[in-house]
Design a protein around this ligand. Structure first.
Ligand code: NAD
Length: 424
């Protein structure tokens, strides 16, 4: 029987509501394990913390922070930390749940977790950001740790923030604990290849999907929403494979060039200005027109809920690669399926980041570091093998790749649940 949570209001259009509907859809494929499925709808632990800091002008401000451990049946919690003004507990719950599914989909020995602070990091000075990060880390310090829950970067956070988190946690426990976070700078125990790993995973799964549907990457037209860590790395790899980026949208605006854009020039502008808006190698277009772009591949790599039913009906792409978490609304997903547009879902498409985070964690424990080639080859193999298993599941049951990914992952999660048994 489903016991709804008292601390969220049911809403099919929210990220958590979308996740619950995705779970319902996979239940018929779980056999007797469906008996344990309620565990997927109940986050194991949700922590809300107050994060007060002194601002540079001497005033004191309070920020709301969260860490949610959705499921720990398969191992320690693993998932990023988001700094964004719209972060809510419910959003972090959904992101943590998708981490549970994602980690199981690529068979990493982790549960799922996520954290966040309701803040616009662009409005804070470097010192304020450091104080915010250190206080937040201290507040969630009793539930994270190399064997308990391992944060990583997400929207609005980066290797510097991971370095502060690692240092704060280490100071509090009295020993350097490099394995408490991943996505760290290289000389603090970070891994080669981590920064671009999520984008690389998007590229690898996209390459495999394109091959299966007979779409040639050479000359393929790509539209990318979000040109941060994930979107820019994916765009670079696709252009190296012969594709051309014809439209890009970020928080500073939307640009288009049907002939393709120079990625190195665009990256320079983003490094200089923090966004694509002022790039002169393309035409500035209306934000909503992005969704009408003539393209073969669409890569949403910004935030949740971007592909609505109305936009899904307008898309011209043949293939959607979900670099972002939860970019497609539940009912819009059905529109894409009906229109024959193939979606490689977030829970496998963007799993490259957490896979190399896992490599980083393993390297930290053994204090033995791999070359970038070793990282990329292993990442490629894990992503290709995982996608092949998911594709087989989709073919066997005639279901979407999303439901197939949930089926493969939830079987692993609930099997672990069953084998561990209920305590006491
Ligand atoms: P980022 O902060 O590096 O980049 C975010 C990008 O989104 C920026 O280009 C920003 O301008 C753009 N953006 C923000 N608001 C926008 C809006 N309203 N319209 C259009 N663009 C907007 O973040 P990231 O790490 O690249 O993460 C992007 C997505 O990928 C998120 O959904 C995140 O959860 C997911 N993801 C990230 C990782 C990772 O390793 N970083 C791993 C898996 C999934």
């Amino acid at each position: 029987m489903h016991e709804p949570l008292s601390y969220v209001t049911p809403n099919p259009h929210s990220a958590w509501g979308t996740y619950l509907l995705q779970v319902d859809r996979v239940l018929p494929y779980l056999g007797p394990l469906a008996r344990w499925s309620e565990t997927l709808k109940h986050p194991k632990r949700a922590l809300i913390v107050d994060v007060p800091i002194e601002m540079d002008d001497g005033s004191v401000r309070h920020f709301e922070g969260y860490r949610v451990q959705h499921n720990l049946s398969r191992g320690p919690g693993k998932g990023g930390v988001r700094y964004h003004p719209d972060v809510t507990l419910e959003e972090v719950m959904a992101l943590s749940a998708w981490m549970t599914v994602k980690n199981a989909a690529v068979n990493l020995p982790y549960g799922g977790a996520k954290g966040g602070i309701r803040v616009d990091p662009r409005q804070l000075s470097h010192k304020e950001l450091e104080r915010l990060t250190r206080r937040y880390t201290s507040e969630i310090g009793f539930i994270i740790g190399p064997q308990q829950d391992i944060p990583a970067p997400d929207v609005g956070t980066n290797p510097q923030i991971m370095a502060w988190m690692m240092d704060t946690y280490s100071m509090n426990v009295g020993a350097t604990a490099s394995g408490v976070v991943t996505g760290k700078p290289i000389h603090l125990g970070g891994s080669l290849g981590r920064v671009k790993a999520t984008g690389r995973g998007v590229f690898v799964t996209g390459r495999e999907a394109a091959r299966r549907i007979g779409l040639n990457l050479d000359g393929a037209r790509i539209a990318v929403q979000g040109f941060g860590n994930v979107g820019s790395a994916a765009a670079e790899l696709f252009t190296s494979a012969g594709a051309k980026v014809v439209a890009v949208q970020d928080h500073t605006g939307t640009i288009a060039n049907a002939g393709g854009m120079d990625m190195a020039d665009l990256m320079d502008v983003v490094r200089r200005d923090g966004g694509v808006g002022a790039f002169t190698g393309a035409e500035r277009i209306d934000d909503e027109a992005f969704w009408d772009t003539d393209c073969d591949i669409l890569i949403p790599a910004a935030l949740e809920g971007q592909i609505t039913v109305a936009r899904a009906n307008r898309l011209k792409a043949k293939l959607v690669l979900e670099g972002a978490n939860g970019p497609t609304m539940f009912d819009a997903d059905d529109v894409l399926t009906d229109r024959g547009i193939l979606v490689v879902p977030d829970v496998i498409c963007n799993a490259g980041g957490v896979t190399v985070s896992y490599f980083e964690w393993v390297q930290d424990f053994s204090s033995f570091f791999w070359t970038e080639d070793e990282i990329n080859v292993r990442l490629d193999k894990i992503m290709v093998d995982a996608l092949r298993k998911i594709w087989d599941m989709a073919d066997r049951h005639r279901i979407t790749l999303r439901t197939a990914t949930f089926a493969v992952a939830c079987e692993r999660i609930l099997m672990a649940r069953q084998e561990r048994g209920l305590y006491p």
